[in-house]
Design a protein around this ligand. Structure first.
Ligand SMILES: NC(=O)c1ccc[n+]([C@@H]2O[C@H](COP(=O)([O-])OP(=O)(O)OC[C@H]3O[C@@H](n4cnc5c(N)ncnc54)[C@H](OP(=O)(O)O)[C@@H]3O)[C@@H](O)[C@H]2O)c1
Length: 301
């Protein structure tokens, strides 16, 4: 039995799809029974509850051959690192309570740093927490920036005709499609080919800047003139707040953007076959275009 957290999200959903297509036994965790139905209809067992609840999670992890663990974002958290640590502690407690022996943990580039990287600091804490569990094999997947983050620009592109964030337009960094992460997660859950505490970097197909990424996307969506514009940090923080993101999460995102601009993580990492994955930005641009053309997403949040 493979247990999947964050299963209605970017990565968990695709991990569950891969395992269910193989005919594996899967237990999916989410807070809403209706949103788990599409997995249950294909044979998954549903565990409905909150990751903060370690008693619930202990039941959900019971009998697991391997767990895919992640700390989902809560954009409304008043103290984001405290929220991450609450969920992280609950996950670690359930792993210990159930004697789960294989855990694939979703982490991030920059998780080696204890401070100065915004939301990634909570993933640093979680790596350390899971590393303290005796007798558990844990593989931390240090993923880079998700290409799916670029989708957040769709309302802005439709309303104002450009894409924007606080990241420098010319900063080249690693970007990855979440389907590539899901493929790696599913493989490690099934093979359980890791021992003790280990790390794997996942850096996507190649490094590129946001200007390059949006120029490729612009051509695919029929807007070859599409520009990427850098916002100053105050402007970007204001935009986050207008999107309903809490003051602390906005501050945290700005800290992460600064760290990326200053080259503190996800830049100039040596590429190998083990840390590179297949999906190119050109392929992702077709996924972007499908979402762009789909009904809805007409207004900025
Ligand atoms: N974005 C990036 O560039 C990047 C890069 C590296 C690492 N990461 C890390 O990747 C993770 C996010 O992965 P993702 O994008 O696949 O996730 P996601 O799409 O945000 O989905 C997470 C899912 O978790 C569920 N969830 C949220 N809070 C929950 C709670 N308290 N209890 C139970 N379920 C809860 C939600 O489903 P329900 O509402 O259905 O419960 C949600 O669909 C984060 O840890 C992030 O730091 C992100």
């Amino acid at each position: 039995m493979y247990v999947i957290t964050g299963v209605t999200g970017n990565i968990g959903s695709q991990v569950a799809d891969i395992l269910l297509a193989r005919g594996d036994k899967v237990r999916v965790i989410g807070r809403n029974a209706d949103s788990l139905r599409r997995f249950v209809d294909r044979g998954a067992e549903a565990a409905v509850g909150n990751l903060k609840d370690s008693a619930f999670l202990t039941r959900a992890f019971s009998g697991a051959t391997a767990v895919f663990a992640m700390i989902p974002p809560d954009y409304t958290a008043q103290d984001f690192r405290a929220y991450q640590n609450e969920v992280g502690t609950s996950i670690a407690t359930a792993i210990r309570n159930t004697w789960t022996t294989y855990v694939v943990n979703l982490s991030s580039q920059g998780a080696d740093l204890p401070a100065g990287t915004g939301p990634i600091t909570g993933l640093h804490d979680q790596e350390e927490r899971l590393n303290r569990l005796n007798g558990v094999n844990v593989l931390h997947l240090r993923c880079t920036y998700f290409m799916e983050n670029l989708l957040m620009n769709i309302p802005l592109i439709k309303e104002k005709g450009f894409a924007a964030s606080a990241v420098r337009p010319d900063q080249k960094f690693a970007m990855i499609a979440t389907r590539d992460i899901a493929t790696v997660v599913a493989k490690h859950l099934v093979k359980r080919d890791f021992r003790g505490k280990s790390l794997r970097d996942l850096l996507g197909q190649r490094d590129l800047s946001l200007s390059e990424a949006f120029s490729i996307i612009g051509r695919e969506i029929g807007r070859p003139e599409l520009n990427y514009v850098q916002l100053d940090y105050e402007e970007a923080a204001r935009d986050y707040r207008e999107m309903g993101i809490s003051a602390d999460v906005s501050r945290s995102f700005i800290e992460m953007n600064k760290a990326l601009n200053e080259g503190r993580f996800a830049v100039k990492r040596p590429r190998t076959a083990n840390n590179s994955t297949p999906t190119s930005i050109e392929e992702f641009a077709t996924i972007f275009a499908e979402t762009y053309r789909a009904p809805g997403r007409q207004k900025a949040a």
